[in-house]
Design a protein. Structure first.
Length: 350
């Protein structure tokens, strides 16, 4: 489903949905493609169900004409054709998992998905970097621009460095996903994940400039926050009484998730079951080649699915979720910006 910004703002104004207005403006300046309302797999999000970021009109790119220019302060440093990048990928290509999350995501919009990406580490494309370089600026053919601190080029313990992706969920990027090249920056919000990349500039200036960074000048490189969401049942769903499986995901950020709790109505918090790494590897063949597969689980910047069994009785009920992290924080529902938890309401019928 495609919703123009004008149509959405009109609908939101009628509904009083101020939160949704901010979300659409912040992540899709012109258009938002909503996910379809069907049950999604527990881990990787199918392409048809993943929201689409549109930062402006962009005509399909002719790969024979596409070029990636790498600039340093003194001028053009290197120029890649798509064939040269593919040759480099054949030699140094990587697979990695990453969750793509809009900074203004909310339970109502569901602007988050889990992806398996194939491409090249950004560091392998840029090559050796001068010690004077402070930031890396990424430019897309659609006019969108973001930047990252140069420190992200160094792969730290159990964290994947940014990559230039050529494939999503095992197939080549589609136009709407950023063909031919898209930046994926695991652990950062989606405004860092530039599509249609055509230029990279290495800068000696430390200022974090970019189209969206100006909104977060106090913390322009803010990492994704840990949070939990309920995927099923949907909010306001009508379900049958009896044994009900509640499923969702928890996203670990800088501190690993240690537990997910679920609360029904005002009852006690109960521990949900985190789907194990072994189960995921057995069920999703692609995961065996991801850089993270040998690392501690849950992975940094990649959501972990959870399951909770509930014996549902007739009537109206609320269901809440929260996460616990290794830094001893437990997070229940708060404001929508960086929401760490969620509460939904369901009607159970006999």
């Amino acid at each position: 489903m495609h919703v123009s910004r004008r149509q959405f703002l009109g609908q939101a104004a009628k509904a009083g949905a101020g939160i949704a207005i901010v979300g659409i403006w912040g992540c899709e300046r012109t258009e938002w493609t909503a996910p379809v309302a069907v049950k999604r797999p527990l881990f990787l999000t199918p392409d048809s169900e993943a929201f689409v970021l549109s930062h402006g009109e962009q005509a399909p790119i002719d790969e024979s004409q596409w070029r990636l220019d790498i600039y340093a302060n003194q001028g053009l440093r290197h120029r890649f054709t798509i064939r040269q990048l593919r040759d480099l990928q054949a030699e140094k290509g990587i697979d990695a998992l990453a969750s793509v999350v809009c900074v203004f995501d909310s339970p109502e919009q569901d602007m988050a998905y889990n992806g398996f990406f194939r491409g090249l580490a950004l560091a392998d494309v840029i090559g050796e970097v001068s010690p004077h370089v402070k930031r890396i600026h990424i430019h897309g053919a659609d006019g969108f621009h973001s930047s990252l601190p140069v420190s992200v080029l160094q792969e730290s313990a159990h964290r994947v460095t940014p990559m230039l992706a050529t494939a999503f969920q095992g197939v080549s990027l589609s136009h709407e996903r950023g063909f031919p090249i898209r930046l994926i920056a695991p652990g950062f919000y989606a405004y860092k994940h530039i599509k249609y990349v055509t230029a990279i500039t290495l800068s000696d200036e430390p200022e974090a400039t970019g189209d969206f960074e100006s909104m977060f000048r106090s913390d322009p490189d803010r990492p994704m926050s840990s949070f939990s969401k309920i995927q099923e049942p949907f909010d306001t769903a009508i379900v049958q009484a009896g044994r009900l499986t509640i499923i969702g995901y928890a996203l670990p950020s800088d501190s690993p998730i240690t537990r997910v709790d679920v609360q029904v109505d005002q009852g006690p918090w109960q521990t949900a079951h985190l789907v194990s790494q072994e189960q995921l590897l057995a069920e999703v063949e692609l995961l065996g080649t991801a850089r993270q597969h040998a690392w501690p689980y849950p992975y940094h910047g990649v959501w972990a699915p959870w399951v909770f069994q509930w014996q549902a009785s007739a009537g109206a009920h609320s269901i809440s979720v929260r996460t616990h992290t290794a830094d001893a924080k437990n997070m229940a529902e708060t404001s929508y910006l960086g929401t760490p938890g969620q509460t939904i309401h369901v009607q159970v019928m006999d």
